[in-house]
Design a protein around this ligand. Structure first.
Ligand code: HEM
Length: 416
């Protein structure tokens, strides 16, 4: 279906996350074509569309987003810009970082950094959770990645990584400044890679710094220090981005206190379903764009080489055909959920199989960090002052307007 209106940029900015799914619902379709910034774009949504979008190399991410967005997110030379065997090889390096032991270490480091960062705050502790969680996560990410914490000013790094996320949908000076700061971060990361290669630093095997410093491509060549640095930043930056989900989890614990009570009492049977529901319910990545590699047809629509296609992530995570009462927060729906059977339904971080396509290799780490954060939040004594917890759907990326403020009054048994 083709929309009659000339261009949809303004309606998209006005309606935000709900733009594509509201049109799909109105026209009872999973596909429509319109224009964005005067360019023809086809939106697709739903389980089948997600399977199609993540099916092998049907779509490339190359030239699918404006350069100012690409530079702030994955950047040139990164795993996301690769195709075919090159992509599989680099992706395997990312996936090698995510085994069970590495996840346990990540969770332990997070708990340590949470306690230390909290302990270092002057009282009375009025905390903006988004800022606090970003600092905890940066400290965690640096140590988990094998980077010596003394090699960086963590506050500055938090600020730089945060700018890459906050300014991604902005044009003009804010975006340019964030790009400039990103160059600085990449230079610092390239310096670390070179120090490892020169034998001046010896990160533990299996950490991101060690893996990317030594990773080779098909020709047996090591990655350039610049590309290895881009990949190191592609571990650090998205770990900090988990702060948004932590804030959303705090909102969910506030609005649905029965979960908080259960977790505080040590009943963790539904901890994982709770975290999955946070990832499904709250708005994070609205959509993911790609360009057609080879022509094909789907749903009576012909896709030509280079066509721009956008998969509606938010709409698929709220698709009534997949989720009963999708706008209700109900962790129970994830009890006994089988990923193998449903890889294209909870697509907050991509669809299909991780090793075969661009699905996010950080999903396990996101879930692990969220579980630890929910435990921390549920077990601390906090009061939540009056504030605006509404989440605007027309801001990218979005957050509760207040950033989630709380007054921390200690943990049972702690003297903080
Ligand atoms: C904070 C929550 C996160 C969200 C919402 C998120 C979302 C996504 C999405 C939607 C994609 C697929 C992009 C595409 O198909 O082109 C992706 C890819 C990727 N993510 Fe995440 N992610 C998150 C956390 C993480 C974490 C914690 C890491 C690393 C530790 C990570 C590393 C990556 C990388 C390297 C890719 C590119 C994979 C490839 O091209 O094969 N992400 N992410």
């Amino acid at each position: 279906m083709s929309l009659r209106r000339f261009d949809s940029t303004v309606p998209f900015l006005r309606e935000g996350y709900a733009f594509a799914s509201s049109l799909c619902d109105t026209w009872d379709t999973d596909i429509f074509t319109t224009r964005m910034l005067l360019q023809p774009v086809t939106f697709i949504r739903g389980e089948e569309a997600a399977g199609l979008f993540y099916d092998g190399d049907r779509f490339t991410r190359e030239a699918s987003v404006p350069p100012n967005v690409q530079h702030l997110l994955q950047d040139k030379g990164s795993v996301q810009a690769l195709k075919g065997e090159d992509h599989h090889r680099r992706k395997a390096a990312f996936l090698s970082l995510m085994d069970g032991d590495a996840m346990r270490r990540l969770g332990d480091l997070f708990d340590e950094e949470w306690a230390d960062t909290l302990g270092a705050l002057p009282g009375p502790r009025r905390i903006v959770l988004h800022d606090f969680a970003r600092e905890v996560l940066t400290r965690t990410a640096v140590r988990w990645a094998g980077v010596p914490p003394e090699s960086t000013d963590v506050r500055r790094l938090t600020n730089e990584l945060g700018m890459m996320i906050e300014n991604v949908a902005k044009f003009g000076p804010a975006n340019w400044y964030a790009q400039l700061r990103r160059r600085g971060t990449e230079k610092w990361a390239a310096g670390l890679i070179e120090q490892v290669r020169a034998g001046e630093l010896d990160p533990s095997p299996g950490t991101a710094l060690s893996v990317f410093a030594h990773h080779t491509d098909f020709t047996g060549e090591r990655l350039s220090a610049e590309v290895a640095a881009v990949e190191l930043v592609n571990i650090l930056r998205p770990i900090l981005a988990v702060a948004r989900f932590i804030v959303f989890a705090a909102v969910a614990l506030t609005h649905h206190p029965q979960w908080r009570d259960a977790f505080a009492a040590g009943d963790e049977r539904d901890l994982e379903p709770f975290v999955q529901e946070v990832r499904r319910y709250y708005p994070f990545f609205p959509a993911v764009p790609g360009r057609v590699n080879e022509p094909f047809s789907w749903n009576e629509h012909r896709f030509d080489r280079n066509d721009l296609v956008i998969l509606d992530i938010y709409g698929t995570c709220h698709d009534r055909r997949l989720w009963d009462d999708p706008y209700s927060f109900r962790p129970e729906r994830f009890r006994g959920f089988s990923w193998d059977e449903h890889p294209n339904t909870l697509i907050a971080q991509g669809a299909g199989r991780h090793s075969e396509n661009h699905r996010c290799p950080g999903e396990w780490s996101t879930v692990e960090l969220l579980k630890h954060a929910v435990r921390q939040l549920a077990s601390s004594t906090m009061t939540i002052p009056a504030q605006d917890l509404s989440i605007p759907l027309n801001r990218f990326p979005t957050l509760p307007r207040s950033g989630f403020v709380f007054h921390y009054t200690g943990q049972p048994g702690s003297d903080i």
